[in-house]
Design a protein around this ligand. Structure first.
Ligand code: NAP
Length: 310
């Protein structure tokens, strides 16, 4: 019998997964989130799939926290290749997986799942995507940088681990709740035991997200990264004020909802070089594509789909 195709929806739900109707090309990939309407992953991944002549589509799925277990169970049955996870599922999905790469265990968060031989395997491509983004945006490697990270949540943990693995010169973790920053620093301590000599400042430090503490450290950092959600909502302030930034500092805001986020605007006001998180989104997505299909991602096609031509 001829297969019945229906038109693809902008956003799918758990109910759709439970009464699945295939479309043409069939949906075999997607992003699970709550909210999810803001996600740019479908436009980037669908451009890649089309370019590589892979006969499937990537869709958005609005999945509530208490629906995650059922939804993840269904991707098995529906023969999905994999999924991306975004807020608030990156941590809770962990207990639903059968295997995970080492990175995931250290970070405690998953942004990519692959269905591999009937098993669900978790990956985290945020840290590697971040490293590639920094190289591309500022022509410098993490190993040559003194980095300050604002935040100690999922994205910050992935970025901090990447900085540690690449043996960055110095890492300052700055968080609203200092205990979380301290815990992350303690977990990474072994990476910083090496002999890089920096004068009187410690190579690894945890400080509160407070003006006085940041002012004291900023002269000894090269790159400041926002890994908090401050700036996502209209009317948000910059996570740190422009008066704390200086022209020598590079600023990377992982938020990409606006070209000039409040943090990027503050940095420009201070005469610093700054960019938003679109390049990290691109590279973490390209790495996800490579995990799913074991082939090189068409980076320039994906970049163009995100509206970037450089
Ligand atoms: P998360 O796990 O919820 O962590 C949020 C972090 O931000 C925590 O450290 C939290 O501090 C801090 N925070 C939250 N609200 C704050 C406030 N009002 N004031 C001060 N600190 C605050 O979130 P996540 O998954 O790490 O995501 C963080 C951001 O990264 C998201 O906004 C997302 O846009 C971005 N991101 C971008 C990409 C990309 O590809 N460009 C990829 C991943 C994530 P406490 O510990 O004190 O609560």
């Amino acid at each position: 019998m001829k297969k019945k195709y229906v038109v693809a929806k902008d956003i799918y739900t758990l109910a759709d997964l439970q009464t699945w109707h295939d479309v043409d090309p069939p949906i075999r990939l997607g992003v699970f989130g709550d909210p999810v309407e803001h996600s740019l992953s479908p436009q980037m991944q669908n451009a890649a799939l089309k370019h590589c002549k892979i006969d499937m589509q990537y869709a958005r799925f609005h999945i509530l926290p208490d629906e995650l277990r059922q939804a993840v169970g269904l991707i098995h049955k529906l023969e999905f290749v994999g999924i991306n996870l975004t807020i608030p599922h990156k941590i809770s999905v962990l207990e639903l997986l059968e295997a995970a790469e080492d990175n995931v265990k250290r970070i405690g968060a998953v942004n990519v799942v692959k269905v591999e031989g009937g098993k669900l395997r978790g990956f985290n491509t945020d840290g590697r995507g971040f490293a590639r983004a920094i190289r591309e945006e500022f022509s410098v490697d993490l190993r040559d940088l003194r980095v300050m990270i604002l935040g100690a949540g999922g994205a910050a943990r992935a970025i901090a681990l990447q900085c540690a693995k690449e043996n960055c010169e110095r890492l300052v973790i700055t968080n609203r709740s200092i205990e979380k920053a301290q815990k992350l620093a303690d977990e990474l301590r072994d990476f910083f035991a090496g002999p890089k000599v920096l004068g009187p400042v410690a190579r690894l430090q945890a400080i509160p997200l407070e003006e006085a503490a940041i002012r004291f450290q900023i002269g000894n950092v090269d790159l400041v990264v926002n890994a908090t959600p401050i700036g996502l909502n209209r009317g948000d302030p910059s996570p740190i004020p422009a008066r704390l930034l200086a022209p020598h500092v590079m600023v990377y805001d992982t938020i990409y909802s606006a070209e000039r986020t409040p943090f990027v605007s503050a940095a420009i006001e201070a005469g610093a070089r700054a960019t938003n998180g679109l390049s990290m989104l691109l590279h973490q997505g390209a790495l996800a594509f490579e995990i799913w299909f074991q082939r090189e991602a068409p980076l320039e096609v994906m970049r163009k789909a995100l509206g970037r031509s450089d």
